[in-house]
Design a protein around this ligand. Structure first.
Ligand code: NAD
Length: 248
């Protein structure tokens, strides 16, 4: 199997893309460490004997350091956690901006700082290790209204990814970013429900997808598995679009 013998840590694995990725990686043979700030959400993954769950708030540098010290060296790290701030630059408070930057970017920096030494040790041993950072196509690659903080922070994820890829390209540690289109997840459903007209909001989200439908989480998981596997061993520093044709 594609991920046989690999240990992979995933953040924000309690629901949505992170949870589906944890299941897909386990099914592909990995030992998965599924983490989330909300420990209750992780309960749904505990029936899979290849998945171990750990509570982790990726904005908590101390908790990240403690977890890294407690775990064996990883073969793969999927930094999936992120938040969508809805609004233009005129709606954005300093607090909103600081929160988006902290969760979408700084948390990834902290995770990489804590786990890259172990990933490099594994890469020395096995010849391969991989990081996957969750970006998006929305306003980081193609502009959309009301995605200022989101687009700017997800664009920063692409820059961070290229920088890490360049720093470790000779050490067998790869780093790529995933840029999905609009995916049907609990957080998307929350954004639709919070809109002034939820029916229209759902239509608008679908309308920006040229295939005429939202992605589901399993439209993404094969690419997640691929980018964490040795099948993508010559792919690094890339912003990989899985967007149903939005950016054609
Ligand atoms: P979701 O809301 O369905 O799940 C988010 C998870 O993140 C929850 O389990 C939540 O508990 C966890 N979380 C929140 N704060 C956390 C923290 N501080 N530490 C650890 N975990 C935390 O989300 P989703 O829609 O699957 O999105 C996951 C990622 O994919 C995000 O980075 C998002 O920006 C990105 N993304 C989503 C879409 C989409 O349309 N849904 C599109 C492109 C990119």
């Amino acid at each position: 199997m594609l991920l046989d013998g690999k240990t992979i840590l995933i953040t924000a694995a309690g629901q949505g893309i992170g949870a589906a990725s944890a299941r897909a990686c386990a099914q592909a043979g990995a030992r998965v460490i599924a983490t989330d700030v909300n420990a209750d959400l992780l309960a749904g993954l505990r029936d899979d004997r290849n998945i171990e769950t750990r509570q982790l708030d990726v904005t908590d540098a101390g908790a990240i350091g403690a977890l890294a010290a407690d775990l064996p060296d990883l073969d793969g790290l999927f930094n999936c956690a992120g938040v969508v701030h809805h609004g233009s630059v005129l709606d954005l408070t300093d607090d909103d901006w600081a929160f988006a930057l902290d969760l979408n970017v700084t948390a990834m920096v902290r995770m990489c700082r804590a786990f890259v030494p172990g990933l490099l040790r594994q890469a020395d041993k096995t010849g391969s290790a991989a990081i996957l950072n969750m970006s998006s196509m929305a306003s980081s690659v193609k502009g959309f209204p009301n995605r200022t903080a989101y687009g700017a922070t997800k664009a920063a994820v692409i820059g961070l990814t290229k920088a890490i890829a360049a720093d470790f390209v000779t050490r067998n540690l790869r780093c790529n970013a995933l840029c999905p289109g609009t995916v049907d997840t609990p957080s998307l459903r929350g954004r639709i429900a919070a809109a002034a007209d939820p029916v229209q909001a759902e239509r608008d989200f679908i309308a920006r997808q040229p295939m005429g439908r939202l992605a589901n989480v399993d439209d993404l998981t094969p690419t997640v598995v691929h980018l964490l596997s040795d099948g993508s061993r010559f792919v690094t520093g890339q912003a990989v679009l899985v967007d149903g044709g939005v950016t054609i």
